[in-house]
Design a protein around this ligand. Structure first.
Ligand SMILES: CNc1nc2c(CC[C@H]3O[C@@H](OC)[C@H](O)[C@@H]3OC)c3nc(N)[nH]c(=O)c3cc2[nH]1
Ligand SMILES: [Zn+2]
Length: 374
């Protein structure tokens, strides 16, 4: 199904959790949604068709990486990011601020934006709200993130406030520079660290500016799950109920279950793909380290009942062997399984919300993890 415009409709709720659909000209996104990370125009070790086969409706790209290499102008000249990476469904791109602060060197931040040196070749670059909007337009992404500063954690109240207020001024400039692009969405990003009053001020400012969706930023930055849930107990409620709520950078399976229960509709995380490349399998019974010698004679699949290629075609013994041998197929199979597991978890959450049974689903989720892998 496609729609000429960008829209969001909630079909069911269970407590604060919502099951819905985001409609875009490039296809629908079932929510709650997990969005695989495709930073440099690829979900590492996966073909786009494989990413779709795991159940993903949307994937992510990054302004910072793509502006440095191969550049947004080159991707635009080649027909845009969808054509370039052979993915014709929705793409969300981050605005660059987070990666600049975590990857670039010699950064200088002013009211205008951030100048920095590329972590690839040391060349000098600048990102401003206006330049970030231009890059994301050149890429052709369907959901554009406002240019913000992800406030580091921990931050005292004064530091957090200054950072949040800068991000809100940049949010206005992002909105002004984005212009009117039917079928494309601009999401604002709430900041305010772990301070409820600042989170409320940020949400109020974003509402006044007006966005197609709202992200909870500034979390999954080292605060830990307990503190993150403490903020999620109130922060999503401050954002407009009729728009998608996106929690950036989250997370491990138990983070996702808890965030959905607190009203989050969209999440992204490198964990399933990155950890797959290091031999970590994620299953309903918790994490399995395929590098561990206990698997070397085990003929069983990684996860009984899983229908992914890794579990239907191979034994744990084989996965252990190819991971230990650093064979490329090890990354392929573990990434595929992990993304398949994450999408199965999302489908389970969507079904549970629709059935009004999220509490039971959550209890069963934790009980299975507690059983542990055998
Ligand atoms: C991990 N924790 C975390 N990530 C975060 C990201 C990057 C997600 C982006 O990072 C890429 O993965 C490396 C993903 O592609 C995603 O792109 C949307 C954030 N981005 C912005 N603009 N503002 C935030 O407050 C923010 C907070 C985060 N917390
Ligand atoms: Zn599997």
């Amino acid at each position: 199904m496609t729609s000429a415009t960008f829209g969001f409709a909630v079909q069911a709720t269970c407590g604060k959790a919502r099951a819905g659909t985001i409609t875009t000209p490039r296809g629908d996104i079932r929510t709650p949604a997990f969005m695989p990370v495709g930073t440099a125009a690829t979900v590492k070790a996966m073909l786009p068709g494989s990413v779709r086969a795991t159940g993903a409706d949307i994937l992510l790209g990054n302004t910072y990486h793509l502006m440095l290499r191969p550049t947004a102008e080159r991707i635009a000249a080649l027909g845009g990011l969808h054509k370039f990476m052979n993915w014709d469904r929705p793409i969300l791109t981050d605005s660059g601020g987070f990666q600049v602060m975590s990857l670039a060197s010699l950064r200088k931040m002013t009211e205008k934006g951030v100048t920095f040196r590329s972590h690839i070749d040391g060349s000098r670059h600048e990102i401003t709200p206006e330049r970030s909007m231009e890059i994301q337009r050149l890429l052709g992404s369907d959901i554009v993130m406002a240019f913000d500063e992800c406030t580091p954690y921990p931050a005292d109240e004064g530091t957090a406030r200054a950072s949040m207020e800068l991000s809100m001024r940049w949010a206005q400039r992002s909105r002004d520079a984005f212009g009117d692009r039917p079928g494309h969405a601009l999401f604002g990003i709430q900041q305010g660290s772990v301070y409820a009053d600042q989170r409320a001020e940020s949400a109020s400012k974003l509402r006044t500016i007006g966005f197609d969706g709202y992200a909870v930023g500034g979390l999954a930055v080292g605060e830990g799950q307990e503190k993150m849930f403490e903020v999620l107990d109130y922060a999503p409620d401050m954002l407009p109920e009729d728009k998608p709520r996106y929690l950036m950078g989250v997370g491990k399976p138990s983070d996702i279950v808890g965030a959905v229960a607190r009203g989050i509709d969209m999440m992204d995380c490198v964990l399933p793909s990155r950890s797959g490349r290091t031999g970590q399998g994620w299953t309903a019974r918790g994490q399995v380290n395929l590098r561990n010698a206990r698997h070397r004679d085990d003929p069983r699949p990684l996860e009984e009942g899983c229908t992914c290629p890794a579990c239907t075609g191979y034994s744990r013994a084989y996965l252990h062997h190819v991971i230990k041998s650093d064979e490329i197929i090890g990354s392929m199979l573990l990434t595929w399984h992990n993304l398949h597991y994450y999408q199965s978890l999302m489908q389970g959450l969507r079904d549970a919300i629709s059935a009004g049974a999220l509490a039971d689903f959550t209890a069963a989720f934790h009980a299975n993890v507690a059983l542990g892998d055998v």
